[in-house]
Design a protein around this ligand. Structure first.
Ligand SMILES: CC(C)(COP(=O)(O)OP(=O)(O)OC[C@H]1O[C@@H](n2cnc3c(N)ncnc32)[C@H](O)[C@@H]1OP(=O)(O)O)[C@@H](O)C(=O)NCCC(=O)NCCS
Length: 164
């Protein structure tokens, strides 16, 4: 028998609201990115009509966020600006569910091609993107500055949304 107290929290997915800005800044700060984005930067992004953001939260306590994904649309293209899941919630398919829901929403908004950039050593993110169907479309040498002062290459990846 599985005791409800010990069961893993279930994630529910929905579009973000401006009031989620501080939680998004917290989660982004855990993402290991070279520069983290402030609450006010997230407030501006969430208020931007071209920016689409989906969040995953605890089904029992929907103000507790597990992760989010954010894209900017331009005509029939979009670019993923960032995706992150709280460290303690990783490995539970939340990233995959966020990506699938986000892609469905972008496709319904008329997006035909989705792009992203990823550090070539980010194995977790690469696995998620490859499983989702992204293919490598280019390489930017020395694009990322690492916290230790080094540099890393960026892969540009793309996914066609028309025949999904
Ligand atoms: C990338 C990230 C969003 C993935 O979120 P997640 O919820 O842990 O991912 P999922 O559990 O949905 O896993 C999706 C797939 O990636 C794989 N994966 C997840 N973490 C992995 C890891 N550390 N190493 C290798 N593969 C990994 C999973 O095994 C799964 O594939 P599977 O179904 O074949 O097992 C999360 O690791 C994260 O927030 N990282 C920090 C921020 C970041 O790097 N964002 C991307 C910037 S481009």
């Amino acid at each position: 028998m599985r005791l409800p107290f010990f069961s893993k929290p279930k994630a529910v997915l929905r579009p973000a609201r401006t009031t989620n800005a501080s939680a998004l800044a917290e989660i982004h700060a855990e993402g290991g990115f070279a520069g983290s984005w402030s609450q006010s930067e997230f407030e501006s992004l969430l208020a931007d009509r071209a920016v689409i953001t989906d969040i995953a939260s605890d089904s029992r306590k929907t103000d507790v966020l597990f992760g989010f994904v954010m894209s900017r649309m331009a005509a029939d293209e979009a670019e993923i600006l960032t995706i992150a899941v709280r460290r303690k919630n990783r490995g539970n398919r939340i990233g995959q569910r966020l990506m699938d829901a986000h892609i469905a929403r972008l496709a319904a908004s008329g997006v035909k091609t989705l792009y992203l950039e990823v550090e070539e050593d980010n194995h977790a993110a690469l696995k998620l993107y490859e499983k989702t169907g992204f293919i490598t479309a280019g390489l930017r040498k020395g694009y990322y500055r690492k916290p230790d002062g080094g540099v890393a290459n960026a892969l540009i990846m793309k996914l066609g949304l028309e025949n999904l």
